[in-house]
Design a protein around this ligand. Structure first.
Ligand code: DOR
Ligand code: ZN
Ligand code: ZN
Length: 436
């Protein structure tokens, strides 16, 4: 099936195109991007013509931080449901974190997961291997063997490897094998006997012993220093503090191979926005102070923060019960990230649409080392159509993810994904619902 997207506003940081073009998709690739192609190449028959007028046509989003819970916790999410949530959010490539049950820590698991995803998941998935076996922090996994099965990055996400000597060894191997490290920065000793909530009037009011910025900053500093020493490529996950932004700035200035991401909840909400003892506001790292939020937005604007990723962390309703003391950490994000970013960043003038696509597609694609994030002719046809003016209210019942855990239920947003195309096939159409 050929697709012709007619008259859309193409926004493609790779080719620099920012204007009205027709896009022809053939055999899973972008074959032509030209002005008024419809007069030249369009023939009836096997061609589906899509009216792109009033819509942005962008390369599909690449989310470097997703939890699919499969295998082991399929009641929270599966490869299929997480993939469908991605499709609904305009996300065409995801990195799946290894804190599954069992932990994704062997070449066999990377291989079997990748094979399953091809059959079950409507979007591309890059499986992340754990740094240590079972994420126990004791013995390194066989990274070279996992890489031979297609793994591109390693992570201990959910915690940090606290043994700096062991982590340094992991970085040496990662540097040699050209494997990217996705770092969750959290000092495991400092969080003992705490609840994951920012130390603040809010936490004190609930009688909780919360966590400070230092929990993140200490490990961010350590990891940056180790990356400088070993030459490893380090990507800091879910930055949430003002000092982490500053450290990334300094690391880049010093020539270290350091990049960073921020999640929508961290650039949008501060601890002052938490309405009460509600587990849907509990995630790790926690919502920080207003000044941290401002620094994250500023970091995004200046390009110190390279990427917007979701840390999509689906949980069941039961897992999120019990307020901050008991609830599991994490919120879903795949189906809300574009709309939240459009509302808070683009419509408020922080980022241009072009800069947004860079942070959500081209740059994460380059960091991951995949040939995505581009609408150049000949590239794989992973695309998203976005209506920038469409206003709607986020409703968790509409999510196709199994996880309904979001603090954004009921929030009014402006900017909606209306179609997602993967390898030239429509995997999501807002009018027709999910197709795959
Ligand atoms: O909030 C979080 N949830 N942070 C993490 O680091 C892990 C994630 C999860 O797996 O639920
Ligand atoms: Zn994490
Ligand atoms: Zn995570």
């Amino acid at each position: 099936m050929r697709l012709l997207i007619r008259g859309g506003h193409v926004i493609d940081p790779d080719t620099g195109k920012d204007g009205i073009f027709d896009v022809l998709v053939e055999n899973g690739t972008i074959s032509r991007v030209e002005k008024e192609l419809s007069d030249m190449g369009a023939e009836p028959g096997d061609m589906r013509v899509i009216d792109g007028r009033g819509l942005y046509v962008m390369p599909g989003f690449v989310d470097l931080h997703v939890h699919l819970r499969d295998p082991g916790q399929e009641y929270k999410e599966t490869l299929a449901t997480g993939g469908r949530a991605a499709a609904r959010g305009g996300v065409t490539t995801i990195c799946a974190m290894p804190n599954t049950r069992p932990v994704t820590d062997s070449p066999e698991m990377i291989r079997s997961q990748s094979e399953r995803a091809k059959a079950e998941c409507p979007v591309h998935v890059s499986f992340v291997g754990a740094v240590t076996k079972g994420q126990k922090g004791e013995e390194l996994t066989n990274m070279a063997a996992m890489k031979r099965e297609g793994m591109r990055c390693i992570s201990e996400d959910g915690k940090s490897v606290m043994d700096a000597k062991l982590y340094r060894k992991a970085m040496e191997i990662a540097a040699k094998e050209d494997i990217l490290i996705l770092a969750h920065c959290e000092d495991g000793n400092m969080i003992k006997d705490t609840v994951i909530v920012n130390e603040s009037d809010f936490s004190r009011g609930l009688g909780l012993s919360g966590v400070t910025n230092g929990v993140e900053d200490i490990i961010a500093a350590r990891d940056i220093l180790l990356a400088k020493e070993t030459g490893a490529r380090l990507h800091l996950c879910h930055c949430s503090t003002k000092d982490s932004v500053e450290m990334v700035r300094l690391a880049k200035e010093a020539g270290a191979l350091v990049t960073a991401e921020v999640c929508p909840h961290h650039f949008l909400l501060s601890d002052e926005d938490i309405p009460g003892d509600d587990g849907n506001y509990k995630m790790n790292p926690p919502l920080r102070k207003r000044e941290d939020v401002e620094a994250l937005v500023d970091g995004l604007k200046k390009g110190i923060i390279d990427v917007i990723a979701t840390d999509h962390a689906p949980h069941s309703e039961k897992d999120k019960e019990g307020g901050f003391r008991k609830a599991a950490c994490g919120i879903v994000g795949l189906e809300t990230s574009l709309s939240l970013a459009m509302t808070e960043l683009v419509h408020k003038g922080v980022l241009t649409p072009m800069e947004l696509v860079k942070r959500m597609s081209l740059t994460p694609s380059r960091i991951l080392g995949v040939d995505k994030g581009s609408l150049a002719e000949g590239k794989c046809a992973d695309l998203v159509l976005v209506d920038p003016e469409r206003e709607f209210v986020i409703r968790k019942e509409d999510f196709v993810s199994k996880g309904k855990n979001t603090p954004f239920d009921g929030k009014k947003v402006k900017g909606m994904v209306v179609m997602t195309i993967v390898d030239g096939e429509i995997v999501y159409d807002e009018k027709e619902g999910l197709l795959k």
